[in-house]
Design a protein around this ligand. Structure first.
Ligand code: ADP
Ligand code: ADP
Length: 207
């Protein structure tokens, strides 16, 4: 498939976790706007300084900032046969801007109810050296890594409630928008990580 794939879902649905199998199956590079923004924040760039306050408040970063970031990234040579977007687009204006730059062939939505999200988010830990995502209960990290794992500043209960509100108000309507275009496949995201990977792999095979 030549076009790009969008991985869609609420915060903590498992997008980053499941991106790996899609990258393996399709060879498309993963583009995570969240990772790009966090890297800009830690480098202290102008973009990072602007994005930081929104991220820490659990609000979406303004569309124009995100669209600029994506335009730059898609101009790199590895993006020419389509990419896997993780956490982008998150609003209808972002999706409209994207449609003018590149073709979205498929959207895979990972469905997880709100009541499961808070536990997933507050237990999330990341290995800054490899980018691997763990969970204190659902994907326990090897003990020898425990002293280097980090917790995201926005992965606390208060901020996740704001992020869920932003998801319901600004992002969920985009799922319906892609549904109306006939390119949305929804997978049940509530099983174990392995079970969800099976469903994601089936969805990719059926594209
Ligand atoms: P997202 O990228 O959608 O925000 P992540 O992939 O980072 O989500 O997953 C959020 C947290 O939930 C991580 O700690 C991850 O290990 C955990 N997780 C992911 N998928 C599952 C699952 N199917 N069951 C339980 N925990 C999961
Ligand atoms: P998660 O899926 O766990 O919520 P992300 O890493 O995708 O986390 O995003 C973290 C934060 O970065 C978001 O809460 C938001 O502030 C910002 N962000 C990431 N992607 C976008 C986007 N496409 N549009 C607007 N803000 C974004």
């Amino acid at each position: 498939m030549m076009g790009s794939i969008v991985l869609f879902g609420p915060p903590g649905a498992g997008k980053g976790t499941q991106a790996e199998i899609i990258v393996e199956m399709t060879g498309k590079p993963q583009i995570s706007t969240g990772d790009m923004l966090r890297s800009a924040v830690s480098q202290g760039t102008e973009l990072g300084l602007e994005a930081r306050e929104y991220m820490e408040a659990g609000k979406l970063v303004p569309d124009q900032v995100i669209i600029g970031l994506i335009k730059d990234r898609l101009s790199e040579s590895d993006a020419s046969n389509g990419v896997l977007f993780d956490g982008f687009p998150r609003t209808i204006p972002q999706a409209e801007a994207l449609s003018e730059i590149t073709e979205v062939s498929a959207v895979i939505s990972i469905a997880v109810p709100d009541e499961d999200i808070v536990n997933r988010i507050v237990g999330r830990r990341m290995d800054p050296e490899t980018g691997e995502i763990y969970h204190v209960s659902f994907k326990p990290p090897p003990p020898e890594l425990s002293n280097r794992l980090v917790q995201r500043k926005d992965d606390n209960e208060e901020t996740v409630r704001m992020r869920l509100a932003a998801y319901h108000n600004q992002t969920k309507p985009l799922g319906d928008w892609y549904g109306n275009m006939g390119i949305l496949s929804t997978v049940d995201g509530t099983g174990t990580i392995q079970e969800v990977s099976q469903s994601v792999a089936n969805a990719v095979r059926n594209l």
